[in-house]
Design a protein around this ligand. Structure first.
Ligand code: PRX
Length: 631
């Protein structure tokens, strides 16, 4: 199946067709996939409820498209190439035939535990092949996977398990991440003290460390999976049956379970992968994300496998054993497409060029970036040092909710401009609106980024709370999906993403709601109230700045900070640790009790002289204290 656009002219023609005749366009794309029975109607939608359905009544199983189809044509080709955390350990290659067999075995094991279509399965795992196998095993039998990034705490894991009432957890004894070893099973054990719905825990041995065991509930992967049959009929799924839930943060406190469905997600993940990365037969593709995030779902597992690609999975981190690890792997496996986050680029850039130059990077054909705005300096370094000035960069803008890449270059076929994501993919209809929701049609403007028309992998709901989905994304502006981002459109119609305009901060490409972090901080013993804002951070993009009121001003500042950080680690995980904590006696509130975050942001950004009008504050004197005590 070749879904690829091969020139900018072709892109322009396809784009026009996708807007003029969207149903015709998407049904032609969908024809490239294997369906068990075809759709009647292509699309039914309204953004009011919202209610979006693609490829109505069609039947399929995404794993037949990711696996069975390729077993027939390229069974011996490597599907997953796994690189260990440890440079001297052997890598693992699973061919399409082997991956198919492993997925069927795992699927049969889940069935033997009583798992059936529609059940929710939580995956809390290291970046090992069994994670990808488990994702696909769930999809094989129609169970809904909910992958939770293995850096979240026991509390965060429990919250996600309970929200989706999962009945099985798949995990491992522990994981390696660079020089660190983390006991995952003990985190699961702690989480499950709060989770009544879990009947089984399937444990893959990874580190070999000692773990706790609950007889009857816990089973070793290696005791039950390998003995299963290597065939498992693919469950018949309706196009609109849920495929997975993935939790993400928004402006309100509790993360929400974004729901993606089988048919539309498949069509878009495969289409966007083929076009953005311009993957060619035999290429080695590497996305460095963790499967715990949407990037790993769509562009380590589903997108590449739908295209019969060889997709690499890396267990480790970019800076261990040294900052040349990424480039050493690129050389070792002759990686052709490399997809990473600006944070990683900035971190590696700061380590100097001496760790890059020893490696042969001439295999690279496309470089990708995702997750946060990329600054000019990082873009230039990526282009020159890694891409030797010639390899195209695709700056891919998208979200957990969009399921796939929305605005991006298509390999080398699109005009490139540093820090610009570029043009929308065919089928994607972005627009900019002003704060009243009026569309701004001219170019050379900034506005709030919305989508006017559905695409196949748009989220369908937030698990268990459709109203929340409506309010969050569809209630701001009439008949539009609101992304939460601000963007600029230049004279040529290219988009540059400015960043979030809501109370979401993006730390190293990880999304957190300020309210979510505040709720965690407020769990700390002496805390009365807190307010969290983002501030520019050289490596992470944004850092977390917390203003905290305690019952009485702490005597030992460092101890008080430690206590707060420990609470955040317990409630959410180490990834949400505040970078800066300032103790204050009050917060700048309006007479109606609303915190004026603008003031807190300016102080955190180191611009206390640009606070603007503070006359509507209940007690303007708190501002002086905040400015004076800035950290
Ligand atoms: O603010 C945008 C930023 O990341 C947000 C989505 O986060 P998440 O759902 O975790 O998905 C991240 C990976 C797809 C967006 O609202 N973002 C994502 N990609 C870019 C970006 N900001 C600027 N440029 C990008 N390429």
């Amino acid at each position: 199946m070749d879904l690829r656009i091969k020139s900018f002219e072709e892109y322009q023609a396809k784009y026009k067709q996708s807007v003029d005749q969207p149903e015709q366009f998407w049904s032609e794309v969908a024809d490239h996939y294997q369906w068990q029975s075809p759709w009647g109607q292509v699309l039914d939608w309204n953004f009011k409820e919202p209610n979006v359905k693609w490829f109505l009544n069609a039947k399929l199983n995404i794993t037949e498209n990711c696996l069975d189809r390729h077993v027939e044509t390229r069974g011996d080709q490597t599907a997953i190439l796994w690189e260990s955390n440890f440079p001297d350990r052997d890598n693992i290659r699973l061919s399409y035939t082997q991956l198919h067999a492993e997925v069927c075995r795992a699927a049969n094991a889940l069935k033997s535990m009583g798992v059936k279509k529609g059940d929710r399965i939580c995956l809390y795992m290291p970046m090992i092949p069994e994670l990808a196998i488990s994702v696909l095993a769930c999809a094989r039998i129609g169970a809904i996977h909910s992958v939770v990034f293995a850096g979240f705490s026991a509390q965060a894991l429990a919250d996600r398990i309970n929200d989706a009432t999962c009945n099985v957890v798949i995990t491992s004894d522990g994981l390696y991440r660079g020089a660190k070893q983390v006991g995952l099973k003990s985190i699961v054990d702690e989480a499950l003290q709060q989770c009544d719905s879990i009947e089984h825990v399937l444990v893959k041995k990874c580190t070999g460390e000692d773990i706790g065991w609950s007889e009857g509930r816990d089973q070793w992967w290696d005791d039950i999976v390998p003995q299963q049959s290597a065939t498992c009929a693919a469950e018949v799924m309706d196009s609109e049956d849920p495929l997975f839930i993935l939790y993400t943060s928004g402006s309100t406190g509790k993360p929400k379970g974004v729901v993606h469905t089988c048919g539309g997600y498949m069509v878009y993940a495969g289409y966007s992968f083929a076009n953005v990365f311009q993957y060619e037969e035999g290429d080695i593709y590497w996305c460095t994300a963790d499967i715990g995030w949407i990037t790993g779902h769509s562009y380590i597992i589903y997108g590449p496998l739908l295209n019969g690609a060889t997709t690499m999975m890396f267990e480790g981190v970019p800076t261990w054993p040294d900052a040349g690890r990424f480039w050493q792997i690129v050389e070792k496996h002759k990686v052709n497409q490399f997809y990473t986050a600006p944070t990683a680029i900035r971190a590696l850039m700061s380590c100097g060029n001496d760790v890059v130059t020893p490696y042969d990077l001439s295999s690279l054909k496309v470089l990708g970036t995702v997750g946060e705005p990329i600054n000019q300096e990082a873009w230039d370094w990526y282009k020159q040092m890694i891409g030797k000035g010639t390899v195209p960069i695709v700056d891919t803008w998208w979200q957990t909710e969009t399921g796939g890449i929305m605005i991006s270059g298509l390999g080398g076929h699109s005009p490139q401009q540093a820090t610009f994501a570029g043009y929308p993919l065919p089928g994607i209809q972005p627009c900019l609106v002003d704060t009243e929701g009026n569309e701004i049609t001219e170019n050379g403007v900034e506005g709030l980024l919305c989508m006017k028309f559905p695409w196949p992998s748009i989220l369908r709901t937030t698990y268990g709370d459709h109203e929340r989905c409506r309010i969050t994304y569809f209630s701001h502006y009439n008949d539009m999906y609101f992304t939460g981002d601000g963007a600029r459109r230049d004279e040529n119609g290219m988009y540059r993403i400015i960043g979030r305009v809501d109370d979401v901060i993006n730390v190293s490409g990880h999304r957190f709601g300020t309210a979510e972090i505040e709720n965690a901080i407020n769990e700390s013993e002496y805390v009365v109230e807190s307010a969290v804002v983002g501030y520019p951070h050289d490596i992470k993009g944004q850092g977390i700045y917390a203003y905290v009121i305690q019952e009485k001003a702490p005597d030992d500042l460092e101890a008080a900070k430690k206590e707060i950080i420990a609470t955040v680690v317990k409630e959410i995980g180490p990834i949400a640790k505040p970078d800066k904590i300032q103790f204050v006696s009050g917060l700048p509130k309006t007479r109606s009790g609303k915190i004026m975050r603008r003031i807190l942001r300016k102080v955190a950004e180191g611009e206390p002289d640009k606070l603007g009008d503070t006359s509507t504050l209940l007690d303007p004197s708190v501002v002086d204290e905040i400015v004076g005590g800035a950290v």
